[in-house]
Design a protein around this ligand. Structure first.
Ligand code: GLN
Length: 483
């Protein structure tokens, strides 16, 4: 039962092969049995799950239908869930029970999705290995000595290990696509403004975007359908109609113009990954796509720009966690300054503290123009590169990551080494474009992802290309041993 995709679950529930309650019990038992190896959940919400499953079964019995009605999912632990701990992977929020549901959580609940729990993540979504969580590192089900990617590593590990079919995640610089690549999943970061950020604890507000992590493009279409849409509570939400994402999955790729940036195949890319990317290109050519070499000349400046902008926004967003308005409060403070200092010093881990310091520095008078303003200019150049490229092609294709998942602890002493691994994903966030990662093969038994980028609001095109690819390849069906 645990092998089923969201689409298969929807058919099974519609055909009354099993109930949502039965399925929910099977998956909850599986999580209890297997998650100690992975540490992919911060909280399990068994009671809520059974209640929602029974309610979904009752709605079906009353003639209601829908692909998410009774479908088990989990939320990354930065989506606020009313009355349930929403920790953001931080000691700072260990005892925070959100007073309301995030829009994404409320929309999925209304569609009948069943919440099994809240998934582990890098502290405040800062990281690409899921090692900075206060609740401990998450392990990659493909090799328990390796990281699952981050910051949505809990959602990725849980879905990859078949503990559940799909989960929500967020992507500020790659945190949906990179863990998808590292765990053999399909993950989609929507256009900035497509999915509401209301009730999603902010890391870098101009870059953050929620999206689906699942095993197939077909399932990403189902979950995205439940998440996307205008929200007047989020001032950056965009009032564009939401298309039927499942409807376009079957479109032919005949004549689709795929751009492959020459900058993507530089020295930093593992040659074995380069070969798998070439294989995926050949596969898409067989389906009728036309390949064109393109150039994204400002790509080399993206990492330094991102690692100024994201920490700058984080330093401002995280100022609310001061032990007074929100978050952990130290014992017996001497005075107000002591309270701030010790509450923040105790509540935030080292990576979060590092980023707050970098961000505050970049924003300070005298340095603002040299760092923050410069970074914003680079951001525009990165966007312009994409706009020029999309005049010539429909989709941009390349690797999701330069290397497969590294060993736990391998990059702990050198944060910049981890930052460099984000080279292929962060540009989409800087430009606000949608991006998808899908399975493309294995290197040393570890999964590799291929990334597709599309113009604004063309999530349907990404899902269409990925679905057609998945109809003709079987990488995405591979299961990690032991799960
Ligand atoms: N690895 C990037 C960072 O640490 C991206 C994280 C994310 O997308 N949340 O900032």
């Amino acid at each position: 039962m645990h092998q089923m995709t969201l689409a298969e679950i929807a058919r099974g529930l519609a055909d009354k092969k099993f109930s949502s309650e039965e399925l929910t019990k099977v998956l909850l038992a599986r999580i209890t049995q297997l998650d100690p190896q992975l540490n992919s959940f911060i909280s399990l919400t068994e009671e809520l799950a059974l209640e929602q499953a029974k309610a979904a079964d009752a709605r079906r019995a009353n003639g209601e239908s829908g692909p998410l009605l009774g479908a088990p999912i989990a939320h990354k632990d930065l989506f606020c869930t009313q009355g349930i701990r929403t920790s953001c992977g931080s000691k700072m929020l260990d005892n925070f029970k959100a007073p309301y549901d995030a829009t994404v959580v409320a929309k999925l609940a209304a569609a009948g999705a069943v919440t099994l729990g809240k998934t582990n993540m890098d502290e405040f979504a800062m990281g690409s290995a899921n090692e900075s969580s206060w609740y401990g590192a998450v392990k990659n089900p493909w090799n328990l000595e390796h990281v699952p990617g981050g910051s949505s590593g809990g959602s990725a590990a849980a879905v990859a290990a078949r503990l559940l079919p799909a989960a929500t995640a967020t992507d500020t610089g790659g945190s949906i696509r990179q863990p998808a690549a590292f765990t053999n999943l399909t993950g989609l970061k929507p256009t900035y403004g497509r999915v509401s950020r209301w009730g999603m604890i902010a890391y870098a507000s101009s870059l953050d975007q929620g999206g689906p992590l699942a095993r197939t493009a077909e399932d990403c279409a189902i979950l995205l359908q439940g998440m996307a849409g205008f929200d007047q509570n989020d001032s950056t939400s965009i009032d564009e109609p939401v298309p039927d994402y499942s409807a376009s999955l079957g479109d032919s790729l005949q004549g689709l113009r795929i751009g492959v940036p020459k900058e993507y195949f530089s020295a930093g890319l593992d040659p074995r990954i380069a070969e798998l990317i070439q294989n995926s290109i050949k596969e898409l050519q067989k389906l009728g796509a036309v390949i064109k070499e393109i150039s994204l000349p400002n790509m080399q400046h993206a990492i330094p720009a991102y690692y100024v902008i994201a920490p700058a926004e984080a330093s401002s967003n995280l100022s609310r966690f001061d032990g007074v308005r929100f978050g952990h409060r130290c014992e017996q403070p001497k005075d107000l300054i002591d309270l701030y200092k010790r509450s923040r010093g105790e509540g935030f881990g080292p990576e979060v503290q590092r980023r707050i310091m970098v961000g505050a520095y970049a924003l300070s008078a005298g340095y603002y123009d040299a760092y923050y303003l410069k970074a914003q200019k680079i951001r525009r150049l990165v966007k312009n590169d994409f706009m020029a490229a999309f005049n010539e092609v429909d989709i941009i294709l390349g690797p999701t990551t330069p290397n497969p998942a590294w060993k736990l602890g391998a990059k702990n002493s050198d944060p910049v080494a981890a930052y460099l691994e984000d080279v292929y994903t962060i540009t989409a966030n800087l430009a606000g474009l949608p991006g998808l990662s899908m399975p493309a093969g294995f290197v040393d038994g570890l999964p590799v992802g291929v990334q597709l980028l599309a113009p604004y609001f063309q999530e349907g095109r990404l899902l269409n290309v990925a679905h057609q690819y998945q109809l003709n390849t079987d990488w995405h069906t591979r299961t990690p041993t032991g799960f």
